[in-house]
Unconditional design. Structure first.
Length: 86
């Protein structure tokens, strides 16, 4: 079993896992997995163990933006449309 990285190490890292995004953003794992499956959170796939790696700064900013859009009453399809415009 691997040891969790400290929050300091996470915030200094260029890439993080979905579990680490949960810790950083306070979002639920299932929510972030759903956003990933819907194409709302881009990731890179590490070949050696097929782990999805997310660019920390870009992905955290996108999660915050998605949360704001949801708080303003937008649906997932509407949020996806807004993301596609980027």
């Amino acid at each position: 079993m691997s040891r969790q990285r400290s929050m300091e190490a996470l915030l200094a890292s260029e890439h993080v896992s979905i579990g680490e995004l949960v810790r950083i953003t306070g979002s639920r794992y299932s929510t972030l997995k759903h956003y990933t499956e819907e194409g709302m959170l881009p990731f890179e796939q590490a070949e050696e163990n097929l782990t999805r790696r997310y660019r920390r700064e870009e992905t955290v900013a996108r999660i915050i933006w998605i949360k704001e859009l949801k708080a303003n009453g937008l649906s997932i399809p509407q949020i996806k449309e807004a993301i596609d415009v980027l």
